[in-house]
Design a protein around this ligand. Structure first.
Ligand SMILES: [Zn+2]
Length: 69
């Protein structure tokens, strides 16, 4: 059962880290967007990273992903 407790502790720690990160992001004023597309490694334009907060892909790959769904 100790594994379960370890996972719970790690999860609580993760949530804490996330809330700290979110607070820092809010202070800075924007969410962290990927600099490079997660799918094709193209550089994501700064304007897109700013507008689509937390985006992980370029426009093309985002459209492909949405079409796939
Ligand atoms: Zn891409």
């Amino acid at each position: 059962m100790s594994d379960v407790i370890d996972i719970a502790n790690e999860h609580a720690d993760y949530l804490l880290q996330m809330s700290i990160a979110q607070h820092q992001r809010r202070t800075v004023g924007h969410a962290t967007s990927a600099e490079f597309c997660a799918d094709c490694d193209e550089a994501i334009p700064p304007l897109r990273r700013e507008k689509v907060q937390g985006c992980q892909t370029c426009v093309d790959c985002q459209q492909l992903r949405e079409r796939r769904v």
